[in-house]
Design a protein around this ligand. Structure first.
Ligand code: SF4
Length: 302
């Protein structure tokens, strides 16, 4: 962001009032087993506010707290392409209406885009930095079924391909520690993302939030949550497999404190980030270390 815009750029999370086909009964009425009732919204400000007010609040908070100067309007809550194209255009136009907004980022499901919607999103690329963030979570269909995603890996691959053709940056959301997955399964997801050529990856830990199906499984002793050491070491392995050109949008999720059931260590996110830094230093390693075309090139350490 600093290279492109020469200043601090922060994301403002928005809730534009969308729903999700995996919650409203179109795909299933259950939702993903980890999803809370806010549809993964950060709740940085009340979601009931008009988009313009959410933007104004975000701008003022991030300017005073972090010295941010420019902003990316991030349509985060639920499925932000789940409406007719005309409605989407109105909402996205409102998202970029603030003069300090330089980017547009849209979080969605890979089975909820088509060429018409992606062409609309691509129409913003002339004036804004544009990303579509696809919830994937795992490259393994058996896991996607277990966590009730309601889409397949192939849906994701198709959406990424079409987005790329239209010049849109793509980011994949993944979760480390999903039930039934071995460490090798998780690392295979990293290799698959490297092969498929996404531009960004957002890494989350599987965390248990209140009033989710996952909470019931956790309380029944049917799932295990990773320790902080296991998480840190798996994230470092994951990073080593991703190409150096992939931007890492997140290294650990923010479990909303009031909803977080487990793990409690996620409350100290900065400690986790520092541990990731230290682990990579200890390994004398970094992102891309084991990405095949990057082997033997130490430039990533600079
Ligand atoms: S697709 Fe997203 S909003 Fe919908 S249930 Fe899953 S996590 Fe929640």
């Amino acid at each position: 962001m600093r290279d492109i815009f020469k200043c601090k750029v922060y994301k403002i999370t928005l809730d534009a009032g969308f729903s999700c086909p995996n919650r409203d009964g179109t795909i299933s009425g259950r939702g993903c087993i980890f999803c809370d009732t806010g549809g993964s919204f950060s709740r940085a400000h009340p979601s009931s506010l008009p988009i313009e007010d959410q933007l104004a609040k975000g701008v003022s908070r991030l300017k005073s707290r972090f010295g941010a100067q420019k902003f990316i309007a991030y349509f985060q809550a639920y499925t932000n392409t789940y409406a007719p194209v005309e409605k989407l255009k109105q909402l996205y136009d409102r998202g970029v209406s603030h003069p300090d907004v330089v980017g547009l980022s849209i979080g969605t499901r890979p089975d909820c885009v088509d060429e018409e919607k992606l062409r609309l999103i691509a129409s913003y690329t002339g004036d804004y930095l544009v990303w579509v963030e696809y919830g994937l979570q795992s490259a393994h269909n058996k896991t996607l079924s277990l966590i009730n995603r309601g889409h397949s890996f192939e849906d994701f691959a198709g959406a990424v391909e079409l987005s790329r053709k239209l010049g849109i940056n793509t980011c994949a959301h993944v979760i480390i520690g999903l039930p039934g997955e071995t460490r090798d399964d998780m690392l295979q997801t990293a290799r698959t993302l490297a092969d498929i050529g996404v531009n960004g990856v957002k890494i989350h830990l599987l965390c248990v939030l209140r009033d989710t199906e996952l909470e019931n499984l956790y309380n029944a002793g049917k799932i295990r949550i990773l320790s902080v050491e296991e998480y840190v070491s798996t994230v470092c392995d994951f990073l080593e497999l991703l190409p150096p050109s992939v931007s890492i949008h997140r290294l650990a999720g923010n479990g909303l404190k009031e909803l977080l059931v487990a793990p409690k260590w996620l409350d100290e996110k900065f400690k986790v980030l520092n541990m990731i830094d230290r682990e990579l230093e200890k390994r004398d390693s970094g992102q891309g270390r084991f990405f095949p075309e990057f082997n033997n090139n130490k430039a990533f350490l600079s």
